[in-house]
Structure formats: structure tokens, C-alpha cells
Design a protein around this ligand. Sequence first.
Ligand code: PGA
Length: 223
Amino acid sequence: MKIIVGNWKMNGDEALAHEFIDAFDNIDTQNTVVICPPAELLAYFKGFKYSVGAQNCSYANSGAFTGETSPASLKKMGCSYVIIGHSERRRLFSENNEMLLAKWKNALTNGLTPILCVGESNQNDWNNELTRQLDIFSGQDLSHTIVAYEPVWSIGTGEVPSNERITQSLQFIKKTVGNTVTLYGGSVNIGNYKTILNQDDVDGVLIGSASLKVSEFSEIVKY
Ligand code: PGA
């Protein structure tokens, strides 16, 4: 059994949400399927046959945090997962390790399964960059967390690390934070998902652009 997560990012609309809900009603798979649409589309996913996740959450529960969404309200909206620390959040919105640790804790406290993203921007420094991102989680229990290895240079570029590097990185993550579920993400598509999912330690995949195409994503979830 694998975990297949679709990250729609800031894409999609009500029509696409309905297209997915209708199509997935007729899809049967043993895999865990999670769609993470933009927050304003979450309401359309009420009654979705598979799981729904958010792309971000606040480290706070309520109060003067303009523009933020608490994990408790995401849970009420039907989410059971939340992506934490996607490289776009780290890079474009200056989310640092301390913030991400606080978000991670708050997600878990409110009953959401965090999908924590890590990944290097410089291929030659992969293990040091991963260490810098994971250090803050040392001593924490990540057994109810999913860690997604997403090399920044692979996201949206069509470039994928070698099979050996994927396995090596996921093993490195498991060794650093203890027992956790590990996904690979970055340019996963209809042409490469089988090879990637066949690799040791790949418990699933986190998919960006290919998760917006119902024909591709529905094929992948049937792995
Ligand atoms: P991609 O995005 O599949 O479009 O490369 C993956 C991600 O950003 O999670």
C-alpha cells in the first residue's frame, strides 16, 4: 500500500473539484489517496471518497493572525492531512525551522497528519541541507508524521534524482528522525511514477502538476 498525495498549489476551481470528486467515486484502490486543493476549494470536497489535506496551517489556534487558518478549522472543513514546510513556503514566505516546528506541533495536536517537506536546493550538499531542516525535529516523535523528500531543483522542472539518490535520501531521513513514513516528490508523472514507487523506502509520492490532470492522477493512484 502506498500513499499518493496531490498538491494542487494555487490552481484549480470549483469545476475541477467536481471533476475529481465524480471521477474518484468510481475508482477503487488500496492506496491512501490525499488531495490538497487550495483552501478556498476545501468546502467542495465534503463527501470526497478519499482523503483531503490542506497546503499550510497556522502555528496558532485563534487570535490576531490575519490571513492564517488554524488546524482546528481545517479539521472541521474535512481535512485529515496538512502539508508543512513545502519549499515554496520556505522560500517565498520565509517560513523558518522554528515556525515549521510550531506548525507541525499544532497540526498534530489538532488531529491532522503533517506531511513535512524537506529537500535540498543544491544537489551537491543534499545531506547537509537535509540535516539543517531535520535537526529541529530531533527528539520529536515523527511516527505519526509523513516526511516528503522533495529536492527543490526537481520541483516543476522535469528533472528527477537517480533511483539510488532517492533511496539514499529516504534512508537518511529515516535514520535521522527515527521511524517515519517517507514520500518522494518532484516531477513525478505518468511516465516515471512506477519506477519511483518501486524503489526501496518509497512509501508514496507527493505530486504537483500531474495531480491536476484527472486522467493522470487517477491512473497513478491505482499503482
Ligand atoms: P511537481 O511539484 O510534481 O509539479 O514537480 C511537486 C511539489 O511541489 O510538491
